[in-house]
Design a protein around this ligand. Sequence first.
Ligand SMILES: [Zn+2]
Length: 319
Amino acid sequence: MTCSSGCNGRLGARRLLSFVAMVGATFGAAAYGEVRVVTTTPAFADIVRNVGGTHVSVESVMRGPEDVHSVSPRPSQMMLLKRAALFVHAGLDGEPWAPLLVKGARNPNLLPGATGNVDVSAGIVLKEVPSRAQMTRALGDIHAFGNTHYALDPLNGVIIARTVAEALKGVDAGNAGEYESNCLQYEGRLRAMTARLVEAMRPYAGARVVTYHRSWPYFLDRFGLVSIGEVEPKPGISPGPRHFSECVEKMNAQNARVVIVEAFNPLENAEAVASRVGGRAVVMAQDVKALPGVDSYESLFEHNVGKLIEAFKAVGTGE
Ligand SMILES: [Zn+2]
C-alpha cells in the first residue's frame, strides 16, 4: 500500500487519505498522510510548512509579536501538543515555557530525547556561549548557554530546515523523498535570498548600530553590521536613566545613528535614545508575524533588511 506509486484514480486516493486522516487522528502521526506538528514560534512553523508541504499540519504556540522569553503556556496549547507527532522548539533556555508545555501534554513521543521532540539548535554554531565561570554568574539569566536568537540568520534557517526534514522522515518514512526534495528546494531559495540581501546591504558594511534586546547578533553578522551595545543593560532587564546616557555617549563616540527595536519592546525608549544622537529607531520583526506583512520566514529578512537600509539612508550612514 504505497500511495505514491500504487493509487489509481483521485477517488481512491481521497478515500485512502480520509482513512489515513482517521488513523492519524488516533495515533498523532500516520504512516501516509497528515503529520501534526506544533512549533514554539511562527518562524519555525513557516519552515516546517515549506519542508512538510501538503503532508503536515502545523500550529505555532506563539502568534508572533510576543517576547519569546516570556510566554505563558495555556492548557489549550498543552492539548495541541497532546495530539502532535512533532514538537519543534529552539532548545537551550530561550523558551523557558516550552518544557512546561511538554510536561503538561503528557505525550510520551514528545518527551526530551524522544523522536518527536525536535530541538532545532542541533547543528547551529551558537554565538556568545559563556565560559564555565561566566555561566555560574549568569545562572538564571536568559541566554545562559549562548545567544538563542540564531533563527535570525537565514543560513541558520537552512540548518533548521534540514533538522526538520530529518524529523519528518523519522515519523513519516513514506514521504521521505518529498521532504528531501522540499528541503533542498527551500535551501536553494534561502541561499539565493541571503546572497541578494547581503549584496543590498554591502554599501553599509561595518555600520554600527545599537539594538534594544540582544536579539540580533546572528542577523548583524550575516549582513556585515556591528552592534556596539543594547538599550537593555542586560538581556531582559529594563534600562534606567544612567544606562540611557551611556548608550547615547557610546553612539556619539562610535558614530552610530540607528537603534533596532523588536516589535514587543517599547519604541519610545528606542526613539528617546535615537533622537539624542540625531538618529532613528527602526522596528524590526524578531519573528514571523511580529509585524504586519511579515508572513513568512523569507519576508522577515526582506522586511528587516529593507527597513534598515531605509534608516541608514535617512541618517546618512554609508555616504
Ligand atoms: Zn533574547
